[in-house]
Design a protein around this ligand. Sequence first.
Ligand code: ADP
Length: 488
Amino acid sequence: PLATLKDPTLLKTDALINGEWLAGASRFAVHDPATGAKLVDVANLGPQDAQAAIAAANAAWPAWRSKTAKERSSILRQWFDLLMANQDDLGRIMTAEQGKPLPEAKGEVAYGASFVEWFAEEAKRVNGETLPQFDNNKRLLVLKQPIGVCAAITPWNFPLAMITRKVAPALAAGCTVVIKPAELTPLSALAAAELAQRAGIPAGVLNMLCADADNSIAIGKVLCESPIVRHLSFTGSTEVGRILMAQSAPTVKKMSLELGGNAPFIVFDDADIDSAVEGAFASKYRNAGQTCVCSNRFYVQSGVYDAFVKKFAAKVATAKVGNGFEDGVNQGPLIEEAALVKVQRHVDDALAKGGKVLTGGKRLKTLGSGQFFEPTVISNASADMLCATEETFGPFAPVFKFETEQEAIDAANNTEFGLASYFYSRDVGRIFRVGEALEYGMVGINVGILATEHVPFGGVKQSGLGREGSHHGMDDYVEIKYLCLGDI
Ligand code: ADP
């Protein structure tokens, strides 16, 4: 699938430290999840390389932070232009290593690039303050300064956008970065790093380490324990987030964490059912259900339950599963065997506890690598099922029935997670009540997709810390300094 790139030099397999591409002491294989075929071998760096990358980022910091905001902005703008000019190739690389359908992959390239555009603009608006003095001999100022060397550890489900969402605000603020992309999808990350080089981002300002699973853990430790690294941003599982937080405690590192979700999707009796079905489909089956904002639990009020499940299952049954490079495919493979095992475990558990399969229910062993799972809907879901409390991260929609508004809110909030939530209603009073009552960082009301670059993305409870995107997305990359001037 990578033989047809318009610009084959975007297919980088070495890591980037201080502007130099490094082959690494060993290599690890990257596979196509649709076919199981090996794509390429990639540099497998270790903890000492991580130290070198941190040193390079630290050395590059003074010159980068001394550039004017406008200078940094125009370099970032150039990076954005190059990402968009290479959207087709970047999309192909992403579909090859991650599996998502090509139109979805190209969509992610545009989404990922939009953070670079947005923060190129925001770079010029990192404004300080002057405060009223507490006596007339004094003047009081607030400065915002770049925090320093930042580290980013990113997941495989959005191989490009999770990088740009962290790196663009860091660079815009005047920080330098060390990135460790997911071992399953390093190629999109390395192509983005190549384009960053072409855009004129100076050596050492953006460093990209790639590593297999074991070395990723060792590198993670180095990044957490380094006193030079002032900030760590991580997107991934809550479990790994907790490890990184614990490892970062001795250096009191600032952290941004985007962790797991367990998104509820609530349909009230007064909802527009056709619109709810469309929203439910988009929210659940995008990226084969492998996003942290994918709906995990569907709560439908008794008056519309039968109508909703019938229409929803009919819609899901029309979804085309296959290789992401094929035309018209809605759902690609899951990322790895372990992901299939988890989905099957949730489905089997639901069936054992009284769930009824309306469509799907099993893996498609006959297709490609066999890493495909049928888009699945199960009715008669109950609170004792695993899918009620655990994030499935796959194409499985359990539908629960409820009677009252309070019952739906209580069920939705009954989780340690608090990232995205969704509900459908046409009643304005209910929209305010429920919107305020849901303990989530994000609430989609009559929509199934809500992320874009200029809104604050993030969670409450154990879904994480901080917000990415929007003007708030810059906050984690600047320190606030108070200057008190006397003897005026
Ligand atoms: P997911 O649930 O998305 O598979 P993980 O949380 O396991 O994600 O991994 C996300 C990222 O975290 C990847 O880049 C992976 O290499 C990295 N990672 C996983 N475990 C650790 C660890 N113990 N220390 C540092 N990084 C880790």
